[in-house]
Design a protein around this ligand. Structure first.
Ligand SMILES: O=C(O)CCC(=O)C(=O)O
Ligand SMILES: [Fe+2]
Length: 210
């Protein structure tokens, strides 16, 4: 079974190829969105989030002046209540491979929690030691987000313009990991997302990931 029509995928992929990013509102069917939301609540209660780090796998450091989020890496074999979400990610990989001639093979996703007053300074997701990240994918989970709550994603476009994206519940953002500098502005409320990357070869460094 597929979750979205071929036409739908083509429209999203066209935009991604054209602009290097695409934003899709109300992405997931309500029931799947609720599943992720409930899963996030459970994982928060279990206290499994770890301070996110930066650097390469040999030199990881916590750097709160660069990023202040807490993350929980997902494992499709363990986090089975998110199986439909992983199926959608695989569907996305298949369509991108077919229509963009990419050779995506794998994915890595985590839950991300930004406490009040945290941010993630301008960066790109693909760099020398992590060059297998091809497409960045973020689904926001902030149901009561209001202007003033902050935590916006700022995308630096090719033409010098800046795009500010509010982290609204069930809003999906995908962008080219190598080409799109971006940052998370200071959040004034706890900010939650499901964030991940589509990879062109399997990640070999397991949970030693930034
Ligand atoms: O949550 C976001 O809007 C972006 C997060 C991000 O840039 C990252 O985790 O690399
Ligand atoms: Fe990023």
């Amino acid at each position: 079974m597929t979750y979205f029509s071929e036409e739908q995928w083509l429209a999203w992929i066209d935009q991604l190829s054209e602009d290097n990013y695409v934003i899709v509102d109300d992405f997931l069917p309500e029931v799947l969105f609720k599943d992720i939301d409930a899963f996030f609540v459970t994982k928060t209660a279990e206290d499994v989030f770890k301070k996110a780090q930066i650097g390469t796998n040999t030199a990881l450091t916590v750097a709160p002046d660069i990023r202040g989020d807490y993350i929980y890496w997902l494992d499709p074999a363990v986090d089975i209540s998110l199986t439909p979400v992983f199926e959608i990610i695989r569907e996305c990989i298949e369509k991108l491979n077919r229509y963009c001639y990419l050779s995506l093979k794998e994915f890595e996703f985590h839950l991300a929690l930004y406490p009040e007053k945290t941010f993630y300074k301008r960066h790109i997701d693909q760099f020398k030691n992590r060059s297998n990240r091809m497409i960045s994918v973020i689904l926001y989970l902030n149901k009561d987000w209001q202007p003033g709550h902050g935590g916006e994603l700022k995308i630096y476009k090719d033409n010098g313009e800046e795009l500010v994206v509010n982290p609204l519940a069930n809003r999906l953002v995908m962008f080219n990991s190598a080409k799109v500098p971006h940052e998370v502005l200071v959040t004034h409320k706890t900010r939650r997302s499901l964030t991940g990357w589509l990879l062109y070869k399997p990640s070999t460094i397991g949970f030693l990931k930034i």
